[in-house]
Design a protein around this ligand. Structure first.
Ligand SMILES: [Zn+2]
Length: 303
């Protein structure tokens, strides 16, 4: 059994409930998305400091129809890629438009499905790596550098992923595992695991053009997998965690089971496998092959 097969079965299972998404729900989601885009035209809800976002976007949009057409925190332009970074602590503030809460964009980053608009919460952008323990095992003397490089790589992953959705022209889609925009629409989003993978591969392909960034992304994803595995299965005293672990008899496959959305460990595994093969990194390729083989083996046992 291959990963491809596992995912195809998952997608088919989820497809059945996706059918109940009615025309009315889709219209509602699109109206809500337009209201959300209208709400972020008020600079009061936006972050003043956009950091590396314009630089990252200019790298990602090169060669696409959005090259030199990137709008960050500016009035929406239909022909541009319109990116909005929400201010910190919006949930604690008064006078924030209700649609921002209703859309569940807080704590996430999403292509909202209209106006080529990507909206990200700064809390999500700033907290994701820390909250997922990515720096936990980084030695002190390289911590500052890791924070800078991994954060930049993370931005490239998130924005590249959302840009992949915009360019593919699909419906609204979020980066995180929390629901966004509309719970009825959510069934439609979840069934599109294929679209999620395609968006991640789009990001990887763009990032791959920059060797230093690729190395940073790989380091960050390996740390993310290590922490996610340690979180679920505990640390191995002999081998440490995650990718460098002895997996014998461990149910690493918890990552596949009972999930209708690919977890970060699966997404990170796919990206690393793709990068290792595309850039001919033999050591990483071998590491990913071992890790992936264990994922499949445990899954087969469960069926
Ligand atoms: Zn996505």
């Amino acid at each position: 059994m291959s990963i491809g097969f596992v995912f195809r079965s998952l997608v088919l299972t989820i497809c059945a409930c996706g059918m109940v998404v009615s025309a009315h729900a889709i219209q509602t989601a699109s109206e809500r998305a337009s209201a959300l885009v209208a709400a972020v035209q008020d600079t009061g809800v936006l972050e003043k400091e956009v950091g590396d976002i314009p630089t990252v976007l200019s790298m990602l949009t090169a060669g696409t129809r959005f090259a030199d057409r990137v709008n960050v925190n500016k009035p929406v332009k239909e022909s541009a890629l319109n990116v909005y970074l929400l201010a910190h602590n919006l949930s604690d503030r008064k006078n924030v438009p209700e649609v921002i809460f209703q859309s569940k964009i807080l704590g996430n980053c999403a292509f909202v499905g209209v106006s080529n608009a990507i909206i990200c919460d700064s809390e999500f952008v700033d907290r994701f790596l820390i909250d997922h323990g990515v720096f936990n095992e980084v030695p002190n003397d390289s911590l500052e550098r890791a924070k800078r490089d991994y954060q930049y790589a993370f931005l490239a992953w998130v924005l590249g992923h959302e840009l992949g959705h915009v360019i593919a022209g699909g419906p609204a889609a979020h980066f995180g595992q929390a629901n966004t925009l509309d719970s009825e629409q959510q069934a439609g989003i979840e069934l599109a695991q294929g679209a999620e993978t395609a968006a991640d591969l789009f990001a990887s392909k763009k990032i791959e053009a920059d060797r230093r960034l690729t190395v940073a992304l790989e380091g960050m994803l390996v740390a993310l997998i290590d922490q996610e595995v340690a979180e679920k299965n505990g640390k191995s005293p002999a081998y440490g965690v995650g990718l460098h672990w002895d997996y014998a008899n461990r149910r690493v496959i918890q990552y596949f089971a009972n999930q209708d959305h690919p977890e970060f460990v699966i997404r990170a595994t796919r990206i690393l496998t793709f990068l290792a093969s595309d850039t001919h990194e033999e050591t990483l390729k071998a590491l990913m092959a071992t890790f992936t083989r264990h994922l499949i083996q445990v899954n087969t046992e469960r069926e």
